[in-house]
Design a binder for this molecule. Structure first.
Ligand code: PLP
Length: 422
């Protein structure tokens, strides 16, 4: 590796995924120049084919009305089934273990209805250090809903010392000490703030050994890491599709429910007609009979326009392949890290683990003397990144549409900004 633009350009030329950038609309700044988009961890860019996929459904609606449920080019009635296979591929699950429905926080609640079953002696939820606020609110409200006190029943993982990273040793210690009282472990696959990736397999094994249910919020992991949910064995997971999965603002969430739970009729769940046995759904009977796959957790017939956007995106992922994406991602992020650490080290600190196996593409850069003018400087120079109060800039070069040149240009702008504002 070296710091020349030539080197960055060479890396782009030998990148087998380079052409995928052309499949996306890259936003432009006011001078018509493509922005440096490093914000795919917040909202992924729009694939060019998405318009076509959505227009198809609008056309079919226009021309067919209700008949589109059966006679659309992609009939709406089973439309969600088209997503299960490719979405399962993204997270390493069986198609029967995956369903696309609702939005993420809604699904966390529905999954906790089934998988957080507190008792007097086992009522705690062990959750991520500094989780995304929605997860904290959801967990806290579930605890209260069951009549427990969040102060006693919520235990937050803690980082090791002066850094922001939670070691597996820390997770293990908490599970060993309190496992008998933990009903549920619910952790982010990748922490949204630090970018730390947790070891799903290891945490699942530790939790299961103590009789805990284990679930993951994969909002920052799906489409970012190469996952193996079925083999790693967590009980459930949920993620959104609008971050790394490029399916548009507020688009639907993916859910994973391990097949070991599919036939368990003891599991409580909130039910709706779309989770009912397909053969008898339209008999409109009184008795709920759940589908014996993850689909059995569905409530409503899902929005086809949102699913069309997800389909477009999943087609691109299928073509690129998660293994190839992860391979490029590791190179791209390591290169960005290298460039960032060339200068200004007294002013910044990357809180994301430097070990590539403990992160995805995101790097979280902490300012020693936080000055928000730096972030404005980045924005004025065409960088779309994300500032988290009080002092962290998150950048996420995504392997589908970011280039080595992007990371090179970003590091130049970052260092020029740091020279000016620190
Ligand atoms: C983005 C994100 C959410 C957002 O939840 P929505 O219900 O989709 O609004 C929740 N949790 C985590 C960890 C996230 O990263």
């Amino acid at each position: 590796m070296n710091t020349s633009l030539d080197y960055a350009n060479q890396q782009d030329l030998i990148d087998p995924l380079l052409s995928f950038r052309n499949k996306f609309h890259i936003p432009k700044d006011k001078d018509g120049r493509e922005v440096l988009y490093l914000c795919g961890n917040s909202l992924g860019l729009m694939p060019k084919i998405t318009r076509e996929y959505i227009l198809q459904e609008l056309e079919d609606w226009k021309n067919l009305g209700v008949e589109g449920h059966f006679h659309a080019k992609n009939p709406w009635m089973p439309y969600h089934e088209l997503l299960a296979g490719p979405m399962a591929e993204i997270v390493g699950a069986l198609p029967s273990e995956v369903v696309v429905m609702n939005s993420l926080t809604v699904n966390l609640h529905l999954l906790m209805v089934s998988f957080y079953r507190p008792t007097k002696t086992r009522h705690k939820i062990l959750f991520d250090y500094s989780p995304f606020p929605s997860d904290r609110y959801a967990i806290s409200s579930q605890v209260k809903f069951h009549g427990f006190d969040p102060k006693e029943s919520m235990i937050e993982l803690k980082p090791n010392g002066d850094d922001e990273i939670v070691s597996i040793g820390n997770v293990q210690k908490m599970i060993e000490e309190q496992g008998d009282q933990i009903a549920l472990i619910l952790i982010g696959g990748v922490n949204y703030y630090t970018g730390q990736a947790y070891d799903i397999k290891e945490i699942t094994a530790l939790g299961h050994a103590k009789g805990c249910i284990v679930g993951f919020d994969l909002a920052h992991a799906a489409g970012n890491l190469h996952l193996n949910l079925h083999d790693d064995g967590p009980d459930f997971a949920a993620w959104c599709s609008y971050k790394y999965l490029n399916s548009g603002p507020g688009s639907l969430s993916g859910c994973f429910i391990h097949e070991r739970h599919h036939h368990n009729s003891e599991l409580p769940r909130f039910a709706g007609w779309w989770g009912h046995d397909k053969k008898t759904r339209f008999l409109m009977g009184d008795e709920f009979k759940p589908i014996d796959t993850a689909e059995g957790w569905q409530l409503s017939n899902p929005p086809v326009l949102s699913m069309a956007a997800i389909r477009a995106s999943l087609d691109i992922f299928a073509e690129a392949g998660m293994v190839n994406l992860q391979k490029k991602s590791k190179l791209l992020t390591a290169y960005l890290e290298y460039l960032i650490l060339q200068e200004n080290n007294e002013n910044i600190h990357i809180i994301t683990p430097s070990d590539p196996s403990q992160r995805g593409c995101q790097l979280s850069i902490q300012m020693k003397n936080p000055d928000k003018r730096l972030f404005q400087y980045l924005t004025e120079h065409g960088v779309i990144a994300d500032w988290r109060e009080p002092d962290v800039i998150r950048v996420a070069p995504t392997p589908l549409y970011n280039t080595f040149e992007d990371t090179w240009r970003f590091s130049k702008i970052l260092h020029a900004g740091l020279d000016t504002f620190t």
